[in-house]
Design a protein. Structure first.
Lengths: 209, 794
């Protein structure tokens, strides 16, 4: 519209005024100015989506750990609870720096032995999951001598943020399993009732203590 | 040039319209991709959870059915035991009723006769007692006179001054003792010697007061009437007993019990056979509910070549348990050991009698004593015999509890008799029955001899005139010995008469009804449980078998059984052997302990008391020697024999292994399930191909559950079983294995289902093709047990 109001002679040289008054390239300039912001917003969205995806996986891992707790705690093998969580979190874990942990390698070997598909870098990812995951439960009692007990399991996973710039918004600097970067703690809680212990006693009338 | 006439690409390059749209499309695509990522992740997790839930519930439900069947089986076995117990009670009623009625009626007839004819014996005893008291006084007068004669001559000179001094001391002691007997023991005066006992009766009464106070009126009618009234009350209780039991007695209880036992057994078999079908139908219903594919696996019972495992109940009829052939090292023959009536009848562990030689020391002291003693080395029905082993624990307890109901009537009868005893004592002004202290065998001289020793002397001491004594003194000593013996004999007889008189009506007051009932119950119990074991109409755990004592437990079992066998042989034989030896010792009196006694009764009683310890020692030596020789022989046979173990004994010492072995648990009580997604309910992926989620993954879940008994670890119900020691039984026999309880006791009702860590996965994959196919479809193609154990995280 301004072009039609202030026509410039075709032969006239481009002066600063003219340049300043010209709207040619305005869109490009606007694009260049907006692009970083746009990319940042997109990045934040992507990072957020990845976090949500991780949250879904962490919820699933908490459920897997809780399912393992149902049978493992009454049988006195709490390490199964941790292993179940690590196994579930391996797909979203980056590969840890250095050699994989012995347990991770053992799991990878076991998967190979039974013919199950093993994802690339499984042992190192599992190693990262081991370093990045904490699992705890309440109440802290000896489940090997009790009947079924309601328990609450809490899993906390240290997610490594991967989207440049966007990670600055929510993450904190740290090093996990030899990997530096920005990380975000994501937790999930699951409630289950453990299985009866074989060793639970009785009150003498056929009922458990 | 109008834009519409410019070349398309020039126009597109210059055209800024739609830029935002492109960016918007890219952004939307990115967002949709992110949405798909999250959606697909959630979808897989949700589907896996659903599969896991399906696997868990189906495994737990199957184990629940197994648990229910075990609980019902235990309850039905207990019903069979209750039928048997009912028969025991039924069989015990009539003989008990007859025995008690016969006794009460005999007592009633005797009392009626006494009422009609007078209680001559009782009155005679009273008269005799009064006469004995007179006799005591007379004998005292004569003995005292004789002693005075001796005492008057004791001061003359003797050839041996030491012997003379001893004689004088003994004369003095005789005088002191005689005075004590007459004044304190007979007449109830306080003892003049502080260290000697007081009067023998309650409240400081001497025999004289006791006779006077205890003497009943000459008319015994009140006693007899009290007894008669008590008998009538007892008969009334017996009538109640008969009234209560009449309806039961009128029926043919053994036949009813047998029929019911057969009916219950048939139900047990039907239930056991229907378990697989029940579980399969439930499995199908769950598969439909969750819209997944489900299959079952077991590692032992019920593993199937095709389709889901047909879960078998972990029970078998008792008749199906195999008989074991065994070489009996004692009898030197091959025997067949029944797995239910174990070590009974022809397969009983018996040794027979042993002839135990008398020890040389005993023979040296008593040349006339028998050179060998018979030692019975068996117990009734043989060592380690068990009737109806799988159910006897509950059966015996049930019989004892059931018999308690009718025992109450017998207790009432015995209580009435105890009350009668108190009543009779009251009628005699006696209060509760008391013991009259017997005349002591010896007393201690209150004066010390020249060596400062206070010697102990017999009551009364026998005197021997020293060398050089005058004829007059010798005659006086003879007279003293004669009258002194008669005197102490009269006193002891009076004491005995008082005791007998107090016990005169004991026949009517002694308890007998409860023991009669218990004896008849025990006789019937043995009869019925043996027959239950012969009939074998009940179920046992599939793991129940005759098995060898575990190698690690053999030594402990040997030591334990030897000790028990040895103790039993000793306790069963020591009394009779000791009595034989004691009789010989009293007759010979090797230490001449009885030489100082005047009266034979006192001498014999003193010698029995003096030698009983030594006789017991000899007897123990004889019996123990034999028992320690025989017990290892019996124990060796004991340990070599198979015993009825309800579960496989642990392969190592307990602790740490307690309860059912892993192998038994897997074989009989474990069920696994696998769940697979179907095409219809596989994860529904959003932009699957684009997001790398294609092809649709084959999801798989598995679970392991088991029927378990939480009494397994409860020591009150057989948990924490001890495998290297004998087990005591209520009837005081003992056996060489833990008592079965899992399918026959209250604890046997405590079976329940639990989810377990899948430690049987490898075996299940080996034994169940369909189960294995589920895993293969899910991407698990190898069956490496160690790897599966590593990966079986739940």
């Amino acid at each position: 519209m301004s072009q039609s109001m202030h026509p410039r002679p075709a032969s006239a040289p481009l002066g600063l005024r003219a340049i300043l008054q010209s709207d040619h390239g305005g869109a490009a300039v606007s694009f260049i100015l907006v692009l970083p912001i746009f990319l940042f917003i997109i990045g934040v969205l992507v990072q957020y989506a990845l976090i949500v995806n991780a949250k879904v996986m962490i919820d699933y891992a908490a459920q897997q750990a809780a399912r393992a707790a149902v049978t493992s705690l009454p049988e006195g093998t709490p390490q199964h609870v941790m292993s179940a969580a690590y196994m579930a979190l391996t797909p979203i874990s980056p590969q840890a720096a250095g050699d994989p942990a012995a347990e991770a390698q053992s799991m990878a070997d076991a998967l190979t032995q039974v013919g199950a598909p093993v994802m690339s870098g499984f042992a190192n990812r599992y190693t990262y999951a081991m370093a990045a995951t904490t699992v705890s439960w309440q109440p802290q009692i000896d489940y090997t001598i009790h009947e079924g007990q309601a328990m609450t399991l809490t899993l906390v996973y240290r997610l490594r943020l991967t989207v440049p710039a966007a990670q600055m918004v929510v993450g904190a600097s740290d090093t996990v399993a030899g990997l530096g970067g920005r990380f975000l703690n994501i937790s999930s809680t699951c409630q289950v009732q453990t299985s009866h212990s074989r060793a639970s006693g009785s009150d003498g009338n056929g009922w458990p203590n | 040039m109008p834009q519409s006439t410019q070349p398309f690409f020039v126009r597109r390059r210059r055209d800024r319209g739609g830029n935002v749209g492109v960016l918007l499309l890219m952004t939307i695509f990115a967002l949709v991709a992110l949405l798909a990522l999250v959606w697909n992740t959630g979808e897989v997790g949700t589907r896996r959870q659903k599969l896991q839930t399906a696997a868990d519930t189906s495994a737990h439900a199957a184990a629940s059915w197994m648990s229910r069947s075990a609980n019902v089986m235990a309850a039905q076995n207990m019903v069979i035991c209750q039928d048997g117990s009912m028969e025991v009670i039924w069989r015990a009623i009539t003989p008990t009723d007859q025995a008690v009625r016969n006794e009460l009626q005999a007592e009633q007839a005797a009392i009626n006769s006494l009422l009609a004819n007078g209680d001559a014996a009782y009155l005679a005893l009273r008269t005799q007692m009064l006469q004995q008291l007179v006799n005591v006084d007379n004998q005292y007068a004569m003995a005292n006179g004789a002693w005075a004669g001796v005492s008057g001559l004791a001061g003359q000179g003797f050839t041996d001054p030491v012997a003379g001094q001893q004689f004088q001391t003994r004369v003095r002691e005789a005088g002191l003792a005689m005075q004590w007997i007459q004044n304190t023991y007979v007449s109830g005066q306080p003892s003049t010697v502080a260290t000697w006992p007081g009067p023998p009766g309650p409240g400081g009464l001497g025999l004289r007061q006791l006779v006077a106070n205890w003497s009943p009126p000459t008319d015994t009618t009140p006693f007899l009437q009290a007894i008669l009234a008590s008998i009538q009350q007892q008969l009334a209780v017996l009538v109640q007993f008969e009234t209560v039991t009449a309806p039961g007695l009128a029926q043919n209880v053994p036949a009813i019990a047998a029929n019911h036992e057969t009916e219950v057994f048939t139900n047990e078999q039907t239930m056991a056979q229907s378990l697989a079908d029940t579980i399969n139908r439930q499995l199908q219903a769950q598969a439909d509910f969750y819209s997944v594919r489900l299959t079952l696996a077991t590692t032992g019972l019920g593993a199937s070549a095709t389709g889901p495992a047909q879960v078998q109940a972990p029970f078998v009829p008792a008749a199906d348990v195999p008989v074991i052939s065994h070489y009996d090292s004692i009898q030197g023959t091959n025997i067949a050991i029944d797995p239910i009536n174990v070590h009974t009848d022809d397969s009983a562990i018996v040794y027979g009698n042993a002839q135990a030689p008398a020890p040389p020391a005993l023979l040296a002291q008593f040349p006339g004593i028998q050179p060998t003693f018979n030692v019975n080395c068996d117990i009734f029905e043989g060592w380690g015999h068990i009737y109806a082993a799988p159910i006897q624990r509950y059966f015996n307890g049930r019989v004892w509890k059931d018999s308690a109901g009718l025992r109450v009537y017998m207790q009432q009868i015995d209580t009435l008799r105890a009350q009668l005893a108190t009543l009779l004592a009251q009628l005699r002004n006696l209060g509760p029955p008391v013991n009259v202290t017997a005349l002591p065998f010896q007393l201690q001289d209150p004066q010390a001899d020249p060596n400062g020793v206070q010697e102990t002397f017999p009551v009364l001491p026998k005197l021997t005139a020293p060398a050089g004594a005058s004829d007059q003194l010798v005659a006086a000593v003879m007279l003293y010995n004669q009258h002194g013996a008669a005197y102490t004999g009269a006193v002891r007889n009076l004491t005995g008469a008082l005791t007998s008189w107090q016990q005169f009506y004991n026949r009517y007051t002694q308890a007998f009804a409860v023991s009669t009932w218990n004896n008849n119950v025990e006789i019937a119990r043995r009869l019925v449980i043996k027959q239950l074991g012969v009939n074998k109409q009940f179920m046992v755990l599939a793991s129940y078998q005759l098995r060898a004592v575990p190698a690690w437990a053999a030594n402990g079992m040997s030591v334990s059984s030897q000790a028990a066998i040895c103790d039993r042989i000793i306790s069963d034989n020591i009394a009779s052997v000791a009595q034989n030896i004691l009789n010989a010792m009293v007759a010979v009196d090797p230490r001449n302990l009885g030489s100082g006694f005047l009266d034979p009764a006192g001498r014999n009683a003193f010698l029995s008391a003096s030698y009983s310890g030594q006789a017991s020692q000899f007897a123990f030596q004889i019996v123990q020697s034999t028992a320690t020789q025989v017990a290892p022989i019996i124990a060796a046979e004991w340990v070599s024999r198979p015993w009825p173990y309800e579960i496989t004994p642990p392969s190592q010492a307990v602790p740490p292994v307690v309860g059912m072995s892993t192998s038994d648990r897997h074989t009989y009580f474990t069920i696994l399930t696998a769940a697979r997604s179907t095409p219809g309910n596989s994860p529904k992926f959003f932009m699957g191909k684009l997001m790398g989620n294609s092809p649709t993954p084959q999801l798989l879940a598995h679970a392991q559950a088991e029927a378990f008994n939480w009494m397994e670890f409860n020591s009150a119900y057989g948990g924490s079983e001890v495998f290297d020691q004998i087990t005591g039984l209520p009837n005081q026999d003992f056996t060489g294995c833990p008592l079965p309880w899992r399918l026959s006791t209250i604890g046997g009702w405590s079976w329940n289902a639990r989810l377990a860590v899948a430690d049987a996965l490898a075996d299940a994959l080996d034994n169940n093709p369909e189960f294995q196919s589920f895993f293969t479809e899910g991407g698990v193609t190898g069956n490496d047990p160690l790897s599966l154990q590593t990966l079986a995280l739940h």
